[in-house]
Design a protein around this ligand. Structure first.
Ligand code: F6R
Length: 566
């Protein structure tokens, strides 16, 4: 989703910001822009499409940049950020949504302000300008006044003269602290190669950098002590370079023999297990792929005699009233910044529910909100479609629930199988062009849903993942001659699932079995000894379908890596 990177210091910030924008690429965006101040005047460059790192504007010690994923207003140059104030003295970038922007816009219009974009963001620099009117100085005061009037979510960086101001409310913003310079960004990725000293802003924090001084205030305007943490998570080349792979998605799929091993290293595991043991009820919460992992976890827990309820982060309204201090919520998030999940976590924390976070990005908002963290250890995931984070999460859940999993065995098996699976799915893509169904039972419902999500995301083919037993209750009506159906089995559910596959086959469906052993009813067979790995052929299939259609699987249309709006 939208990304911010700003620089203030003694260097020319243009290259830093442009390269930073490139590093924010992975979040997904449709337009971008940069602004700086040269010879006391603001310059601005913005456009739709991909970030180009050729220098624009003039040398600038304070520079802001933004990648936009459209929310309010279409994808075009006018709506890209930075947005300027009417007097061209303030440039501002914003992530989030200002709920009351129409009212603000209306008031400003009545005062004679003009607007050249459809965005909510453009109201902010103009509101700041209006608070500065009649005052010679006062950008910082006007910035603060403006924040008080904004309703909604925001991460903001704004420049005026020699000042860079920033604020955060329900949208992530972090500060990188260097030698006589600072970086403001939506996550640490655009500046970690420059400094690993990071200040994580809390909700409602705001501040500025001016004449070499960094000041941060809380929501009640108390000045905060400047205390940077050292972040250990370097974005090593191992994770940020594609190496010999044509796409990050493929590289990340192939990394799984290694990430599976890394995810099993959990120093806080015993503490988390104890917390679970003491809890009267367990909730499992996440969105998208992370929620799909929760579905498998629910089955793992149940096999160990513990009930754990999976809840979509965006659908927590009906369970909120069950929150209390005897309960534990296990949250899953690759980015650690998903707005839907942050909302439910805040509600749970307010009622003293204990939070165990399975999070990939160290220092992210959800990482810091968790009482106990089990890091996914998957390394940065750049492809928008989550792959290695899902299997890393499954391994952590298997450890947490005491499922007998030997990750070394899994890793060895995967190393052996990944290439043959890849060749097999290349044969399969000609069978799939319209609809695809994926069925499973028990924990494999999670694998079926996750396979479907991958296929939808990157190949834009309609795919439905579901419980095999549900087919005959409606979806079977969609099965025609040669409709492809993937059946993912587990030892316990094999017989029932095979029966479901037979029902499909008798109606002409084409059955692709992902199973330990070939069954008579499979038209095509992909051997997989361990159900916990059975999503991986599906990840490869999704990738190859995307390639066969000429799409870029790393950047699926309309999607963003880090979903920071509700
Ligand atoms: C799918 C995908 C999304 C995310 C979801 C939650 O490939 O990546 O469905 O899983 O947006 O994101 P996180 O895990 O960052 O909270």
């Amino acid at each position: 989703m939208c990304g911010i990177i700003a620089y203030a210091g003694e260097k020319d910030g243009r290259e830093i910001v442009l390269k930073g924008l490139k590093k924010l690429d992975y979040r997904g965006y449709d337009s971008w822009g940069i602004a700086g101040i040269s010879e006391e005047k603001i310059w601005l460059h913005k456009t739709t499409g991909t970030v180009n790192t050729d220098l624009v504007g003039g040398p600038s010690n304070i520079t802001i940049g933004h990648t936009r994923w459209a929310t309010t207003g279409r994808v075009n140059k006018a709506n890209a950020h930075p947005q300027l104030s009417n007097d061209n003295k303030i440039a501002l970038v914003h992530n989030g949504i200002i709920d009351n922007y129409l009212k603000i816009k209306d008031n400003l219009t009545r005062k004679g302000y003009e607007f050249s974009s459809e965005t909510d963001t453009e109201t902010i620099p103009n509101l700041i300008q209006s608070h500065m009117e009649g005052k010679k100085e006062g950008f910082i005061e006007a910035f603060r006044e403006t924040l008080k009037e904004l309703q909604g979510s925001y991460a903001i960086a704004a420049i005026n003269n020699n000042t860079l101001a920033f604020a955060r409310q329900d949208s992530p913003l972090v500060i990188g602290v260097g030698e006589k310079e600072i970086y403001i960004a939506s996550d640490t990725s655009p500046f970690l190669d420059k400094t690993n000293k990071v200040i994580f802003l809390d909700e409602g924090d705001w501040g500025y950098y001016k004449d070499g001084e960094l000041a941060i205030f809380d929501s009640k305007d108390n000045k905060k002590e400047i205390k940077a943490e050292e972040i250990k998570w370097q974005q090593e080349d191992e994770h940020t370079k594609k190496q010999d792979f044509p796409h990050y998605m493929l590289k990340e799929i192939y990394e799984q023999p290694n990430t599976i091993l890394k995810s099993a290293e959990q120093p806080n595991l015993e503490e988390a297990k104890q917390a679970i043991k003491e809890s009267s009820e367990i909730f499992l919460t996440g969105s998208g792929t992370s929620y799909n992992a929760c579905l498998a976890a629910s089955s793992f827990f149940s096999k160990q005699g513990k009930r754990a309820t999976p809840i979509l982060a965006s659908e927590h309204q009906d369970i909120e009233h069950f929150f209390d201090n005897t309960k534990t919520m296990i949250i899953v998030s690759q980015s650690g910044e998903t707005a839907d999940l942050i909302e439910v976590v805040d509600k749970a924390k307010a009622k003293d529910v204990r939070i165990i976070g399975i999070i990939n990005v160290p220092g992210s908002t959800l990482w810091r909100k968790s009482d106990i963290v089990l890091g996914m250890n998957a390394g940065q995931e750049i492809g928008v479609a989550s792959t290695k984070a899902y299997t890393a999460t499954l391994i952590i859940f298997s450890k947490l629930t005491g499922k007998q999993t030997n990750e070394q065995e899994l890793s060895n098996y995967l190393t052996q199988k990944i290439k043959p699976w890849h060749s097999q799915v290349k044969e399969l893509i000609k069978k799939i062009n319209k609809d695809l169904f994926i069925i499973g039972r028990g924990e494999a419902v999670s694998y079926a849903k996750e396979t479907a999500l991958k296929v939808k995301e990157v190949s834009y083919i309609r795919a439905e993942g579901m419980a095999g037993g549900e087919l005959k209750h409606g979806t079977l009506a969609l099965i025609e001659e040669n409709t492809p159906v993937i059946a993912i089995t587990t030892p316990k559910t094999r017989q029932d699932l095979v029966n479901n596959a037979l029902e499909i086959r008798s109606r002409g469906g084409y059955i692709i079995g992902i199973d330990k052993e070939k069954q008579e009813c499979y038209d095509y067979f992909i051997p997989c000894k361990y159900p916990i790995l059975s999503v991986i052929p599906g990840q490869l299939l999704a990738y190859e379908l995307s390639i066969s259609k000429g799409y870029n699987p790393d950047k699926p249309r309309n999607l963003a890596k880090s979903v920071t709006v509700k």
